[in-house]
Ligand binder design. Structure first.
Ligand code: NAD
Length: 455
């Protein structure tokens, strides 16, 4: 099939290359010329495992091309995907201006019947909006259909999620149109669900809101555990083994970030309220998530004091989650900004997100590995749970730190083992309240120690 994908970001690029890999002819369009030029030279705009190789293979085989020319690309395609960004507005609602622009461009390029597929995450009702925009702007009396096909890929495993999705959701106005999409996805041999357009749009938001709620629920339980002397890691393990609950998205920490959950939860809340439903459950999910990093920052200050001048703090992990270089709504930004405004010197390392972080946080010192971060630090803060941090030589880390204090925002270490190794360890909900005077006093005395020499 001839396919055009408008928007060559995480979703558009991965969708395009996977369809090409399945044997389709795919043109990926983006309005940013530098991105398109880079892709034509084999330079990926994002980090995603396996992406570069798959793009190279399909470009070499002539099935995948990149361009800024929407009109030429749309006119050649039978199916046109819209995969542009849908960022949040101030009031939490979704900014549909990129979707609208894409729809206008499609309208002007319409030269034969086409199926227009909305892959961007858009509020319920946007299918009708896209249809209206195209109807209003098309230059010829040509028919088209609008389908909703929300995307569920996760950054960091986008290729594999696209090849092996749990389900493919197709919201189509009728069975004939749905069949076009079924045919396209058939080679993946994955479960497909066919719905009306509005239900498909709603499935995406309901799924993300539910997952975000699971995370906030685990964090709320963690906050009680912390005060009550229970260990949330054991609690969620015990909960998750119940098949009705499941382990996924039940890890306590400093909250969810990234380009999807924060904006999608707010957008769904806004949609609910626009229909007169307050959705207190989702409101609480968002509020819990907003509060979680603030609690963590308060814990750091409780232990180290409000004034951090003269102290070096090491930060492990910058990206909003492991295996991505995406810094959108990354918790590291708020945490580091607080440390800087409290007078600390900040040293940080992330396996792949450093380049993207430099633009956001130019004033911190970037290190080549976790040990460089730890050297001379008065405290280490784990912000992103990269596997390589789980496997650090912690004896070595303790030896090179100025004070063996670890704030583990992702609960990657075992509190007992950390204590045995001589660390003052503060996880999230690990039954170790930073309000306990003994722990705080001990850590504060470490934190005032002079930096150790060498790495
Ligand atoms: P992105 O910002 O990485 O990419 C969007 C791309 O669209 C950009 O390269 C931009 O230049 C391009 N673009 C915007 N307007 C254009 C136009 N008129 N013509 C051509 N190109 C245009 O965004 P993303 O992360 O890929 O997300 C895209 C959509 O998919 C969003 O609605 C998002 O919520 C949703 N989504 C994202 C993920 C994810 O993990 N990133 C997962 C599922 C769904």
């Amino acid at each position: 099939m001839n396919i055009c994908v408008i928007g060559t970001g995480y979703v558009g690029l991965v969708t395009g290359v996977v369809f090409a890999d399945l044997g389709n002819d795919v043109i990926c369009v983006d309005k940013i010329a530098a991105k398109v030029d880079g892709l034509n030279k084999g330079i990926m705009p994002i980090y995603e495992p396996g992406l570069e190789e798959m793009v190279a293979r399909n470009v070499a085989d002539g099935r995948l091309t990149f361009t800024t020319d929407v009109e030429a690309s749309v006119s050649k395609a039978e199916i046109v995907f819209i995969a542009v960004g849908t960022p949040p507005k101030e009031d939490g609602s979704t900014n549909l201006s990129y979707v609208e622009d894409a729809a206008k461009l499609i309208a002007r390029s319409l030269n034969s019947y086409k199926v227009i597929v909305n892959k961007s995450t858009v509020p319920v009702g946007t299918g009708n909006f896209v249809r209206e925009v195209i109807e209003t702007n098309k230059r010829r009396a040509i028919d088209f259909d609008v389908v909703s096909n929300p995307e569920f890929l996760r950054e960091g495993s986008a290729i594999s999620d696209t090849l092996y999705p749990d389900r493919i959701v197709i919201g189509a106005p009728n069975r004939i149109v749905a069949m076009r999409l079924l045919e396209l996805y058939a080679p993946l041999e994955r479960p497909m669900i066919i719905t009306d357009v509005a239900s498909a749009e709603m499935i995406k938001y309901a799924s993300n809101a539910f997952l975000a709620t699971k995370i906030s629920f685990a964090n709320a339980i963690a906050n009680i555990c912390e005060e009550a002397g229970a260990d949330v890691a054991q609690v969620v393990k015990g909960m998750g083994l119940d098949g009705r609950i499941g382990q996924a998205f039940l890890n306590a920490g400093i909250g969810y970030g990234g380009s999807c959950f924060p904006k999608d939860t707010r957008s769904l809340l806004h949609t609910a309220q626009s229909y007169g439903y307050e959705f207190p459950l989702l409101d609480a999910t968002i509020a819990t998530n907003d509060e979680q990093p603030k609690r963590f920052i308060r814990k750091i200050h409780k232990v180290l004091g409000d004034d951090l001048s003269g102290k070096t703090i090491g930060v492990l992990g910058l990206a909003f989650k492991p295996n991505t270089d995406d810094m959108r709504e990354a918790k590291s930004i708020d945490i580091i900004n607080d440390l800087l405004s409290s007078g600390a010197q900040v040293r940080a390392y992330d396996p792949i997100a450093i380049e993207n972080t430099r633009e956001i946080l130019p004033e911190i010192t970037y290190c080549g590995n976790a040990y460089e971060v730890a050297a001379g630090a008065h405290a280490l803060i784990v912000v992103t749970e990269w596997n390589e941090f789980k496997l650090l030589n912690l004896e070595r880390v303790r030896g090179i730190m100025a004070a063996p204090v670890v704030f583990d925002g992702r609960n990657i270490y075992d509190p007992e083992r950390m204590a045995q190794m001589g660390f003052s360890y503060y996880g999230v909900g690990r039954g170790q309240s930073a309000t306990k005077d003994t722990a705080s006093a001990e850590a504060a005395s470490y934190a005032n120690a002079a930096p150790a020499a060498g790495a």
